[in-house]
Design a protein around this ligand. Structure first.
Ligand SMILES: Nc1ncnc2c1ncn2[C@@H]1O[C@H](COP(=O)(O)OP(=O)(O)OP(=O)(O)O)[C@@H](O)[C@H]1O
Ligand SMILES: [Mg+2]
Length: 507
């Protein structure tokens, strides 16, 4: 009894189960529906009806009420009690016309009622209608299940904790992440006030207000405490949904924040280690220059003591010439100032890193200082330093002592490279310059120059070609420059020798 159209379209014909204890009635029903395109199944009593319904899961039951043994009401009750068969619509058929029977039928979940004796057309129309409704319901249920399943999967998949709140601000839904953030099982979340699950501390009034007024609120760092005593930091988002409901999204950023702090601490540690290393290098350079400095200071001190002796002799005279005496004292002041300047320069060079760090700098002034500091070595090495400042140089932001340190390192390397160079090669040329958005200085020499192999590893630590050299000078220069966002480099001098340059962004 398969409808040909449906068979051709590959769809299974809908099954209708006819239940009546009276064979004649069954036959009449059968005849009534036989050419309507359904597969008709038949049962003679309640037991048989239930067993066929469970196996075949028909789309509709036409069920007689008055049957010996299990009556139609009981069949219907059992059908509705079984989750498998609960959805099958039931139309009662009965000679009973009293309203009570109809009411009972509907209260058991029947969808319609046909009185006997029935009209064939009426039966067909009601069956057709109920099957259509059933079909639509099934389709709707399927779509709902699909959507629910998809929503469920989305809510499970996201890493955020998502709470739905009802009109009273109580939690009406919570995804698994929300449950684990709250530290509560599903049942202990649902129906609870959000503020009893989390203590938002100082931000609580603000969040309460936003939720009450349905205002959209997005907060980057919210400190909260859970009822089981965990202190967390979350990013938070609240918004209004339809029907005065709210959604609250929380992302636990506690670990991320801790990592950030650890990273910050490591960065600071690295910075202070670099500062320390640079300071050690200055101390060591200062030590290397000590002999020269001592010599440098000795000269004015000798002059001071000579002038003092002359002054003594003047005072031994009967009438000392006051004007001459003042002249001599002025010379003493100048010479002692010279000695003090040399020491002051060295002291400020080897001082500890300053806390203020970067200050506005004029490279001409800084390099002038460096050249004077290097002059001691210049005399010892017998290599002159020629300083050529560029006028109207814009300023930069840098740590003055550290820039001096770079300058001194480059000048000392240049002088060391030029030791023993012919007289007519001149000395080391130090000049400042401006290039695009940078200001810099270059140190040029006509010394031994660099091999290609040396050039490659020039700025790596502990690379040296000098006896007694540490090979840390250039690597420290590079780390200082990088920390300032500047650049340092080398290029061969076309006249032979090396050119080192170093530049910083204009302030
Ligand atoms: N102007 C230069 N001309 C030729 N070679 C140079 C020049 N500057 C640096 N070098 C080469 O680069 C090497 C590394 O220089 P760097 O200043 O880092 O260490 P160093 O001078 O050897 O030792 P120190 O730690 O005492 O400075 C030097 O040993 C030298 O071979
Ligand atoms: Mg060096």
């Amino acid at each position: 009894m398969i409808n040909m159209n449906e068979a051709a379209s590959g769809r299974r014909a809908e099954q209708v189960l006819l239940v009546d204890d009276n064979p004649t009635n069954l036959q009449v029903l059968y005849k009534t529906l036989e050419n309507s395109g359904y597969t008709l199944l038949a049962a003679r009593d309640g037991e048989q009806a239930l067993s066929i319904a469970e196996k075949a899961l028909p789309s509709l039951l036409l069920l007689d009420i008055m049957m010996p043994g299990m009556d139609g009401f009981e069949v219907c009750r059992r059908l509705k009690a079984n989750p498998e068969t609960r959805g099958i619509p039931v139309i009662f058929l009965s000679a009973l016309t009293d309203t009570d029977a109809k009411v009972e039928g509907f209260s058991l979940g029947a969808v319609d009622y046909i009185s006997k004796p029935f009209q064939a057309e009426e039966v067909r129309a009601r069956v057709r209608t109920q099957l259509r409704i059933h079909r639509l319901e099934m389709e709707l249920a399927r779509r709902n299940a699909e959507l629910e399943d998809e929503n469920f999967q989305i809510l499970r998949a996201v890493t955020e904790a998502i709470f739905g709140l009802d009109r009273q601000g109580r939690i009406s839904s919570a995804n698994p992440q929300a449950e684990s953030l709250a530290g509560r099982a599903h049942q202990q979340c649902i129906g609870e006030d959000l503020f009893t699950v989390f203590d938002f501390q100082s931000l609580q009034p603000r969040i309460e207000k936003a939720l009450a007024e349905g205002e959209r609120l997005s907060l980057d760092e919210v400190k909260l405490r859970t009822t089981d005593g965990r202190d967390l930091t979350v990013a938070m988002y609240c918004a209004a949904l339809e029907g005065e409901r709210r959604v609250v999204v929380l992302r636990d950023i506690t670990d991320w924040l801790n990592n950030q702090h650890a990273l910050e601490a490591a960065r600071e540690e690295l910075h202070s280690q670099r500062q320390h290393l640079a300071h050690m290098e200055r101390l060591s350079t200062g030590g290397e220059m000590a002999a020269g400095i001592a010599h440098e200071v000795n000269q004015p001190l000798t002059a001071v003591s000579n002038y003092a002796r002359v002054a003594q002799r003047f005072l031994e005279q009967e009438k000392p010439d006051k004007t001459k005496l003042i002249e001599i004292l002025d010379k003493i002041v100048v010479q002692s100032q010279r000695a003090s300047d040399v020491i002051q320069r060295l002291r400020s060079y080897i001082r500890k890193p300053t806390t203020e760090g970067r200050i506005p700098l004029d490279l001409n002034t800084v390099m002038q200082e460096v050249v004077m500091l290097a002059e001691v070595d210049s005399r010892i090495n017998g290599v002159a330093i020629d300083f050529q400042p560029t006028s109207d140089l814009p300023g930069t932001l840098a740590d003055d002592v550290q820039v001096q340190q770079i300058g001194l390192n480059l000048i000392r390397n240049a002088m060391e490279a030029m030791r023993g160079a012919p007289e007519d090669f001149g000395g080391v040329l130090v000049r400042t310059y401006r290039e695009a958005d940078d200001v810099g200085f270059a140190v040029e020499d006509r010394g031994c120059g660099l091999s290609a192999e040396m050039e490659e590893k020039l700025f790596s630590p502990f690379v040296t070609t000098k006896e007694g050299g540490m090979g840390v000078g250039l690597s420290i220069c590079q780390s200082i420059v990088q920390a300032h966002g500047g650049s340092i480099g080398y290029r061969p001098n076309p006249k032979g020798g090396a050119i080192f340059y170093c530049q910083f962004p204009v302030r």
